[in-house]
Design a protein around this ligand. Structure first.
Ligand code: DGJ
Length: 708
């Protein structure tokens, strides 16, 4: 306890955070490189005394964790709230209590005149992830409408380049760099789910930061609803980042005694480029209670194999083939429930379709289990089709605005989960099915944006819906703690640390095209570790792009996640099936490394290729991928550096054989392609391996194992 200190100092293994600890709302005065143990915290005083220029206010408005309008703050962030008559919109907070214990800091304050109190919590874990959350409570008699409660974090002026992840369906998480010299970079998401379009993640760094170089400050909002992401350079030269829930008009109205809590903001600093950021986030995620620790079962998902064509005999045959090649989990996708023959009907009617499954779903599930595989089942619980028994019975259960024709998405409407009877119905149906059928895994889908979402036909309801979704998932997990859940939202539209606390895998993208996947998966890896990344080998002909790729390229791409297949293996050629068996064998051989090791994305000089790998934490082994996306800039590929190997150790390096012939136009490939080689980690990581000539859309996997 350091109550008397004016500053609280938090340390992780690689960074430190210093926060003011006095009567005013806390300010972060240092978030960056690790300071020495026992640093003189009081020494921050003089460093924290900013000049007041001519021509403006007579003070420098504090860039606190929740900046206050009442103290001159004129940018974004902090608390924006008001009473019905417009009053109490600028509370002036004074501390009521604060503590600093170990790695955690909390501060509470109130404005008795405005009738509000606020508390803010910050914690820096040993891996370097800073979490920040806040809440506001209404102590007045009148309702308090909260427009925003948005914590902000300062970054230094030298951090003027941003990296954001933006995209669209089937092309998610595309990297976008922007230099912010003055003013703000803002991404706003009002799609009601995390979205394909803008990830609630931002990285800000020194100019041209890359994987291995530069200082980077990264932040992510653990929230699956609407969000506001902002990086702003103020006229006085200070900068901040802000990630907050974007509240729609009137969404949070607190009656006396009620509180609103922000989602958690997760932040990390690295002095060594983006690699240090993913190191921190991955180890933070892995240290969570409930993080998946068992070997990730190789799965087969039926979607691109059969779509809505569910025939028990055909599916049993598919399961037979899947088991024979080494698949461990068989996931029955959309199409199994009453009347669901295409995407226009039946969502909401969570009863087995007796036309397709006359002997119940158990017949197929038992068959799958008898083959030694787990059975997984697709649901889209939040949705309803108008052509469904559920909607005919309860048209009032949907979100919408009274008197307005609803906005449909994929022919569906959204159920109002905040109505207790709706969540009870869904929980009841899920519970019944999970009790009757041996389901070990749920693919939880959500296939439309949540727009014009009025709760009970009126007030904007995305906030309530998101909270209710979390409660529904929590309720299901309580009843079925051993069932794993995949977060799928049209592939990639619900990837965030809010839903991650309740799920065990992400369906990364509906795009199974390996070329597109190389970039999508690289961006996914900034925040989340590979064991949570669903990565499927799709059919030879990619269904979303009509591109054709070889099995080795598809396999090398999917290898680095939680591997699955989404392909009608029952009709695949014997060569393809043998190839799939070999891919699965390779994956199983390496998955302990792939799903626990340190992810390394290499700064490769030729932008036509991507190099990445996973290195064991003790440096004992590594698996790397060289993926040739387009034709090389030079005639010969630049050497592939195996970054992250222990420079002091010696390694045996070999190419990992993947099935299928890859045409190589070279006259000669380096000798190590056939014989392997032995070299010091220092040479492999600094000089790199010479590569053979690669055609576009081909890849080489390399395994390194320490021999000394
Ligand atoms: C969207 C998902 O991302 C797909 O994988 C599949 O489950 C379909 N929905 C089913 O409707």
């Amino acid at each position: 306890m350091t109550e008397s200190s004016a500053y609280a100092v938090l340390h992780s293994s690689s960074s430190s955070v210093v926060i003011t600890h006095d009567s005013a709302v806390p300010r972060v005065v240092h978030w960056g490189a690790r300071l020495p143990e026992g640093v003189d915290a009081a020494g921050f005083g003089p460093l924290d005394d900013l000049a007041v220029p001519q021509g403006g206010l007579d003070l420098v408005p504090a860039l606190s964790l929740l900046p206050e309008r009442s103290r001159g703050w004129s940018a974004y962030g902090g608390l924006d709230a008001h009473r019905p008559d417009g009053r109490d919109w600028a509370p002036r907070l004074v501390r009521t209590s604060s503590t600093h214990e170990g790695d955690a800091f909390t501060w509470s304050g109130s404005d008795p005149v405005a009738g509000v109190s606020v508390s803010v919590r910050a914690r820096l874990d040993e891996h370097g992830v800073l979490t920040v959350a806040a809440d506001v409570t209404n102590h007045g008699d009148a309702e308090l409408t909260v427009a925003a409660l948005a914590p902000v974090l300062p970054v230094p002026a030298r951090a003027d380049e941003t990296l954001t992840l933006v995209g669209r369906w089937a092309k998610e998480m595309q990297e976008k760099r922007t230099v912010v010299e003055r003013g703000a970079l803002v991404l706003e998401n009002r799609r009601g789910r995390t979205s394909h379009e803008s990830s609630p993640t931002v990285m800000v760094g020194t100019r041209s930061f890359d994987e291995e170089h530069g200082e980077v400050w990264a932040a992510h909002l653990g929230w699956s609803g609407n969000h506001h992401v902002r990086v702003e350079a103020l006229p006085d030269g200070r900068r901040y980042i802000c990630l907050a829930e974007l509240l729609l008009p009137g969404e949070v109205r607190l009656v006396s005694g009620e509180s609103y809590s922000t989602p958690t903001l997760f932040a990390a600093y690295s002095g060594h480029g983006l690699g240090g950021i993913s190191d921190a986030f991955h180890e933070h995620v892995r240290s969570r209670h409930g993080h998946v620790r068992t070997p990730r079962p190789v799965l087969l998902n039926t979607w691109e194999a059969v779509y809505f064509r569910h025939d028990v005999v055909e599916l049993q045959r598919l399961a037979d083939v899947a088991a024979s090649v080494g698949v461990e989990r068989f996931v029955l996708d959309d199409g199994w429930f009453r009347g669901r023959d295409d995407d226009t009907t039946s969502l909401g009617d969570w009863f087995v379709d007796e036309r397709k499954y006359p002997n119940g779903l158990e017949e197929l599930a038992d068959h799958v289990v008898a083959l030694g595989m787990e059975f997984g089942l697709w649901f889209e619980p939040e949705m309803v089709n108008e052509d469904s028994d559920l909607f005919r019975e309860h048209p009032e259960w949907v979100l919408g605005i009274e008197g307005q024709e609803p906005v449909r998405g994929r022919h569906q409407l959204v159920l109002d989960l905040d109505r207790p009877e709706v969540s009870a119905y869904l929980l009841g149906r899920l519970h019944a099915l999970l009790s009757d059928v041996p389901v070990a895994y749920i693919k939880w889908d959500m296939n439309r944006d949540l727009v014009a979402a009025g709760h009970r036909g009126g007030a904007a309801g995305v906030h309530r819906q998101t909270v209710a979704l979390y409660a529904l998932l929590d309720g299901l997990r309580l009843r079925h703690p051993d069932v794993e859940i995949e977060s799928c939202s049209s592939g990639g539209a619900r990837i965030d640390l809010g839903i991650a606390a309740r799920t065990d895998r992400f369906w990364t993208s509906d795009c199974n095209d390996a070329l597109e996947r190389q970039r999508i998966q690289r961006a996914f890896s900034y925040l989340l570790p590979p064991e949570l990344m669903g990565a499927h080998v799709g059919p030879t002909w990619a269904h979303t792009t009509a591109r054709t790729h070889t099995l080795p390229f598809r396999a090398a791409t999917a290898m680095f996640g939680h591997l699955g297949f989404e392909w009608d293996l029952a009709t695949a050629t014997p060569e393809d099936r043998a190839g799939v068996a070999q891919v699965i064998e390779v994956h199983k051989r390496h998955r302990a490394l792939l799903h626990h090791g340190r992810v390394v994305r290499v700064d490769h000089p030729d932008t036509s290729a991507l190099v990445h790998g996973v290195v064991a934490h003790d440096g004992g082994e590594a698996l790397f991928s060289y993926a040739q996306l387009t034709t090389t800039d030079a005639t010969t590929p630049a050497p592939m550096r195996l970054v992250g190997l222990d420079p002091a150790r010696r390694y045996r390096v070999e190419r990992v054989a993947l099935p299928g012939a890859v045409w190589s136009p070279g006259k000669h490939q380096p000798a190590w392609y056939d014989d392997g080689l032995e070299a010091d980690g220092a040479l492999l990581s600094l000089v790199g391996l010479p590569l053979g000539v690669h055609v576009p859309e081909s890849a080489t996997l390399v395994h390194a194992i320490a021999i000394g």
